[in-house]
Ligand binder design. Structure first.
Ligand code: FMN
Length: 299
């Protein structure tokens, strides 16, 4: 009943682990693949090892978290060992970031070689200079990166977009024109928090990205807008912590969803709970499959 597909990729369960949470090592990915998730998206990986921003990089706010980790990761060469453990256990989506079409293509080819089921292009991180959202808010740049990666690999190419834009439809069209296989939305919302006592921003980077329940309605609206603009499979993410949140994203147009912050607040059992509750909702309301619910809010 919960089987779904994101384009050509079939998933036994519609929930995935979002990039950046419990997905930095082979063992943690393996554990998450056994928790009731249909796939795990890796931490975003770049060409070289990156320490990320200095602390403080993470803080809790009402309704969620603000982080400015700055994409810490071991680099694509060392990540080979983690993928060797993870990729044989289930669907692993390799998230990558770079600063040019060539860099993205090289990283995607490595992820394919390591056994990734798809690649997810991080064109949406709000706190990494020269990367992420700085590239992902220009339709031409988005199109050229997606096109280049499509020519470099045979696995599906997903593009993760930012909500920090007023041209989400134009960005989605750029992905569609470049024959991208899916759009993932949303990454975190650019945000900041100031300490009254110190009279300064709390995060060393000043700005970070807001995640958790506070961003859910922005995410649902963004997915709705993307679905209205293009005919590309969508993966919804942002503030999902129970079946009700997941169904909102599906009805807005997503074929599958991802969970990040709620793994921190609810633990890894969040996937089993959602799977069980989702099945009960679908039975009660006469939906025979996930695809029956996709985009119904547009009708
Ligand atoms: C600590 C942390 C690290 C993250 N790292 C990444 C990352 O490396 N790449 C990426 O595309 N998104 C990253 N994200 C964003 C999440 O994948 C997700 O898009 C966002 O948090 C919204 O979902 P949520 O409300 O379920 O957390 C990160 C989020 C958090 C909280």
């Amino acid at each position: 009943m919960l089987v779904t597909s994101v384009g050509k990729l079939r998933l036994e369960k519609p929930g995935m682990v979002a990039s950046g949470i419990m997905d930095e090592t082979g063992q943690s990915i393996k554990r998450m693949l056994r928790s009731g998730a249909g796939a795990v998206v890796t931490k975003s990986i770049g060409s070289n090892p990156n320490r990320g921003h200095p602390n403080p990089t993470f803080t809790e706010v009402k309704g969620g978290y603000i982080n400015a980790m700055g994409l810490p990761n071991p680099g694509i060469e060392l990540f080979r060992d983690e993928m060797a453990v993870a990729a044989k256990c289930g669907n692993v989506i390799g998230s990558i970031y770079g600063s040019s079409p060539e860099e993205f293509s090289g990283l995607a080819a490595k992820m394919e070689e390591y056994g990734a089921a798809a690649v997810e292009l991080n064109l949406s991180c709000p706190h990494a200079k020269g990367y992420g959202m700085e590239l992902g808010t220009d339709p031409e740049t988005v199109g050229s990166i997606v096109s280049a990666v499509k020519s470099a690999v045979n696995i599906p190419v997903w593009t993760k977009l930012t909500p920090n834009t007023h041209i989400i439809g134009g960005l989605a069209m750029a992905v569609q024109d470049a024959e991208g296989d899916a759009i993932v939305a949303i990454n975190t919302v650019k945000a900041m928090v100031i300490s009254p006592q110190f009279g300064k921003p709390i995060l060393s980077n000043k700005f970070g990205g807001l995640s958790g329940p506070a961003v859910r309605s922005i995410g649902v609206r963004t997915v709705f807008d993307i679905r209205a603009a293009v005919d590309v499979p969508i993966v919804g993410v942002g503030g999902i912590s129970d079946w009700r949140d997941a169904v909102q994203y599906i009805m807005a147009g997503a074929s599958a969803f991802q969970i990040g912050s709620a793994i921190g607040t609810k633990g890894i059992c969040v996937f089993e709970t959602i799977n069980k509750d989702l099945e009960r909702f679908m039975t009660d309301y006469g939906y025979g499959s996930i695809s029956d619910m996709v985009g119904v809010a547009h009708e």
